[in-house]
Design a protein around this ligand. Structure first.
Ligand SMILES: Cc1ncc(COP(=O)(O)O)c(C=O)c1O
Length: 395
């Protein structure tokens, strides 16, 4: 049977729930079959053909030994991708290969702060950011994003206060999970000046950078000024944009020696754990994954409009700021005062599993995060179920 290449909108929309429910991932196994999962951040789409072909070739050749992360070409492939798409040309030799992005955040935290140090985190945010600070005995300083006139922004005054009060690090999620906010270069430059003046480190998690939906530009933090390059550690991966998080490969880039040396001085064991399949898939993504990504971005932009329209027309009382990046929609349900909170309400009454905003730190209560990286059909079903449950609640 001739299958549509998974880089057309029609192919991306050909998902059906019965097939998806046979998946073994956390997303598809956590809930009973009558629940549609729209929580953890992975996509439902079939993977890009160049990635699939490369993985098949590796498996057919039995090449599943220990990975040669620094010799396999992945660092050059990433550097070239960054240069082509973001005008950032880091030295490939300065790229550190890791099993996942959160390991990179953790190594930067351990290398550049001490127990008891305050760490500033703009919130709401991807919950492991909060957990990692607490688990390592640092003091979490939550700085809520500013929200006005239909947009989010970093609270630069709040971050300035946190740094003046001794914060040793800022954990930046850029682009932002859960709101889909894309930081302006101007704001990043101000943050870099503040951090540099305080002698603090900025860790910029740019795992969502390829997933810009509105045609705007992602500016890597490290490129906004010499101060930013000098005070930052960037972490990224092909895993989110090309939907291969199960393959365990990510990257850390610290261009300045004072930033990289303490990380590289830690035991090499702390960096181990990526897989040969992840390395090869990442190379295929960076070198040949462009057409698939373009089709996925078109599907996501269409889905983003579907959600914004559905929220405005069928979910009165719910507010959304249209996400400019990622495939995550952050829904403010506070006005509905749903019993048990919105995540529990939509799970029980709509049989839709969303992420509970309360886990995302200050500013998250009363919100849910909806993963919209699925087909038109599945997303429509999710939105209809939610609208029906909300209508019944109000009636
Ligand atoms: C902002 C952000 N960072 C990190 C991760 C996880 O990446 P990894 O599995 O590579 O640690 C996610 C996953 O959703 C994320 O959204």
């Amino acid at each position: 049977v001739d299958v549509l290449a998974p880089d057309t909108l029609a192919a991306l929309d050909m998902l059906d729930l019965e097939t998806l429910r046979r998946r073994r991932s956390a997303k598809w196994t956590a809930y009973p079959d009558d629940v549609i999962p729209a929580w953890v951040a992975e996509m439902d789409y079939p993977i890009a053909d160049p990635i699939r072909r490369r993985l098949h070739a590796v498996i057919e050749s039995g090449d599943l030994g220990y990975p040669a992360a620094d010799r396999c070409g992945v660092r050059d492939a990433l550097a070239q991708w960054l240069s082509r798409t973001h005008g950032w040309a880091p030295d490939p030799q300065a790229i550190v290969v890791l099993p996942d992005v959160m390991r990179g955040v953790e190594l930067a935290l351990l290398a550049h702060s001490a127990p008891g140090d305050p760490i500033a985190v703009p919130t709401p945010v991807y919950p492991p950011f909060l957990a990692i600070v607490r688990e390592h005995g640092r003091r979490l300083v939550e700085v809520e994003l500013a929200r006005s006139a239909g947009r989010h922004a970093l609270d630069l005054d709040g971050l300035a206060r946190a740094l003046a009060d001794g914060a040793r690090m800022v954990l930046l999620c850029h682009p932002h999970n859960p709101t889909g906010h894309v930081n302006e270069a101007q704001d990043l430059a101000v943050l870099a000046e503040l951090a540099a003046a305080a002698g603090a480190t900025v860790v910029s998690d740019e795992i969502h950078a390829p997933l810009i939906l509105d045609g705007s530009t992602h500016v890597p933090f490290a490129t906004v000024s010499p101060a930013a390059a000098a005070c930052s550690v960037t972490v990224t991966s092909a895993s989110k944009a090309w939907n291969i998080p199960g393959l365990k490969t990510a990257f850390l880039i610290a261009e300045s020696e004072p930033m990289s040396a303490p990380i590289l001085a830690m035991s090499p064991r702390t960096r181990h754990g990526c897989s040969i399949l992840g390395l090869e898939a990442s190379i295929a993504a960076f070198e040949s994954g462009g057409p698939w990504l373009e089709a996925v971005l078109a599907a996501l932009a269409r889905n983003q409009r579907l959600i914004v329209d559905a929220v405005e027309s069928a979910l009165p009382g719910v507010e959304i700021v249209a996400p400019r990046a990622t495939y995550l929609a952050w829904l403010d349900c506070r006005a509905l005062a749903l019993p048990g909170g919105p995540a529990q309400f939509f799970l029980e009454r709509a049989r839709v599993a969303l992420s509970d905003g309360a886990a995302f730190g200050a500013g998250g209560d009363g919100h849910v995060r909806l993963n919209f990286a699925t087909s038109h059909g599945v997303l429509s079903e999710i939105l209809e179920r939610m609208a029906r449950a909300a209508r019944e609640h109000v009636a």
